[in-house]
Design a protein around this ligand. Structure first.
Ligand code: ZN
Length: 602
């Protein structure tokens, strides 16, 4: 018999909200069998799902090592890596993390609650990432915290459900893919296809209609589970947790394998006794739908570049238009399919996305594949020139998904759709390979899977739509489904071709669009507009003022640049016709109507 492999000893962490007033977590990590050459530890430089180097190690304010009560020398090797001196005994690293980032990406701690992503707080034990990992989560000291509870999808080892105590993970990757919330949160729950789902709400929400929230979220979750697993109706996790931070004004989400961290505006959540579906509530449900869809599309079906993640540097892939774009296509589509929005509302949302993509001339310079690859330095690091230089792999990616879906439906006479492709991706790259984490979609593998799952060769379309920069043929494709796409100018008034923002009531140019009147005259981002001809410009009157003129008029524009008064002669232009409206063509023939019904009237 072959000798059995020794089971590696678990890596043991503790995390203590040691000083909530100062926003400090104290974290320890004990390694029973440290590297004999000197154990190294590193904190991730980014968090999967948010493709930007964030240097979380900048928040480590103190760090030291000890073994059996004696200090061990610790050397910093680079921005996020430390090495302990040679040590044969169990080695403990102790550090403090400043946690004051109220986003879904990092960590936050005060006297009202604590939240952390493992990537922001747990240093990785290099070479022992595959060992089992345990974490003992402590309650802050003091009677004020007596009623605090814990919410996470991490399985308990020595803790009651929602209690402080020890939780476990199979490896480092799993440990840091489970965000943790602690505090006096409100909680609802529901079962979707037999799997428990928890809705955790942090922040005050007077008269929150939790019952409705759970009911609507259950509808979305069940539809998605059945979408990917129509036969077994099995969710890919034993339990799922929605960690929701409610603020006055905010929006965001980050996907994880069995949970998601959300941030939303208080007014977006439903009020008890009021049955209407506000735009804000639709937006929130769209976010829920988006992050939940990621449980399959990116957390389990992933690009080869993410299998496994490299936590210390950029993980380049040209496929985010599939993983984010397709997810953005399906998020609202699921609201429609489940009846949470009407087809009219759906077409309105779609037309907004089309307008938004057409508004930026960056779409004519960067493909969604390039946008994906450069997410780290371009999409996530936008500046005043971004509208002229880049395209969103979320928004245009969702339109590529739409174009592919319509193309497949039309070519196959509605026998196949993008749904078949998603299920094939799930079967080939997700269901059977997770959590082994070694299989991923290759950079050029997508067209092949479309071919095998639908019989349609889309390689040329992918070349044009995902790797090219021409506008998508949405008008033609939508016509097959009895939907008219019309473009017009948003306003008839003349335009400078700028976007402005206001600081203390002034009117500051934030973006100058390529080929605009403002650009031709030499106006730049950062310029503070003072007057047009002899009339003062303020933050609120620019549009009204421009309405007094006609397209082609020559006007004198005065602005401050670096506090110096400058003068520009501007020939006012027309807005480009990028305002999209989608409408159902009531004169459509039976075939088109049937196609439309299968697509959006389900
Ligand atoms: Zn996403």
């Amino acid at each position: 018999m072959p000798a059995s492999k020794p089971i590696p000893k678990p890596i043991r962490y503790t995390i203590v909200p040691v000083h909530p007033e100062a926003h400090l977590f104290e974290v320890t990590c004990t390694v029973d069998q440290p590297d004999v050459a000197g154990q190294s530890f590193a904190l991730p430089a980014w968090i999967p799902g948010s493709y930007m180097i964030r240097e979380f190690a900048k928040n480590i304010v103190e760090i030291r090592a000890e073994s059996k009560g004696k200090d061990v020398k610790l050397t910093k090797l680079n921005k996020d890596t430390w090495q302990a001196a040679l040590c044969k005994q169990p080695l403990t690293l102790i550090w403090r993390v400043y946690a004051w980032d109220l986003s879904v990406r990092c960590a936050h701690l005060d006297t009202t609650h604590g939240f952390f992503n493992g990537t922001a707080v747990f240093l990785r034990v290099l070479g022992q990432e595959e060992a089992p990992h345990e974490v003992e989560i402590h309650k802050p000291q003091g009677s004020a915290y007596k009623t605090w509870r814990v919410a996470t999808a991490l399985p308990e080892l020595k803790a009651k459900r929602h209690g402080f105590g020890t939780y476990r993970a199979a490896n480092y990757d799993e440990l840091v893919d489970h965000p943790v919330e602690m505090g006096n949160f409100e909680m609802g729950h529901f079962s979707a296809c037999g799997t428990r789902h928890e809705v955790v709400i942090t922040g005050q929400v007077p008269r929150l209609d939790m019952e409705r929230l759970c009911r609507d979220m259950k509808t979305i979750c069940e539809a998605q589970i059945r979408f990917f697993e129509p036969k077994s109706e099995r969710a890919p996790f034993p339990r799922y947790v929605f960690l929701t931070m409610v603020v006055g004004d905010g929006y965001g989400g980050l996907e994880h394998r069995a949970s998601t961290a959300l941030i939303c505006s208080r007014n977006d959540l439903p009020i008890f006794g009021k049955a209407e579906t506000t735009d804000g509530y639709s937006t929130f449900l769209g976010l829920v739908s988006h992050e939940y869809f990621h449980s399959w599309n990116v957390k389990r079906i992933k690009p080869a570049a993410f299998a496994p993640y490299d936590f210390q540097r950029e993980n380049h892939t040209s496929l985010l238009w599939i993983f984010e774009g397709f997810t953005s296509y399906y998020d609202d589509l699921f609201l429609l399919r489940t009846g949470l929005i009407t087809s009219e509302q759906y077409l309105k949302l779609l037309s907004k996305t089309i307008s938004s993509v057409l508004r930026g001339s960056g779409r004519l310079k960067q493909s969604v594949a390039e946008s994906s690859f450069d997410a780290w330095t371009k999409y996530y690091r936008q500046d005043e020139n971004s509208p002229n230089a880049i395209v969103s792999y979320y928004q245009k990616g969702s339109l590529v998904a739409l174009a592919l879906d319509l193309h497949i439906r039309h070519t196959s006479q509605n026998k196949k759709s993008l749904d078949n492709v998603m299920r094939a991706l799930w079967q080939q790259y997700g269901r059977d390979f997770y959590p082994a984490n070694t299989q991923g979609l290759s950079e050029s593998g997508f067209a092949e899977i479309v071919k095998t799952s639908t019989g349609i060769d889309v390689s040329q379309k992918i070349g044009e739509w995902a790797h090219g920069t021409k506008d998508l043929p949405l008008k033609t494709l939508l016509e097959f489904f009895g939907i008219n796409l019309n473009l017009k100018r948003e306003h008839d008034r003349p335009s400078l071709g700028i976007k402005t923002s206001s600081n203390n009531g002034d009117c500051r140019i934030s973006n100058v669009h390529d080929n605009s009147a403002a650009q031709a005259a030499g106006l730049s981002a950062g310029d503070v507009l003072i007057a047009i001809n002899t009339l003062r410009v303020t933050a609120t009157n620019l549009d009204g003022l421009l309405s007094r003129f006609a397209i082609g008029d020559r006007v004198q524009v005065y602005a401050f640049r670096r506090d110096e008064l400058m003068h520009f002669e501007v020939v006012l232009g027309a807005e480009p016709p990028v305002q999209c409206t989608l409408s159902m063509d009531l004169s459509s023939d039976r075939i088109k109507t049937r196609m439309q019904k299968r697509w959006i009237n389900t």
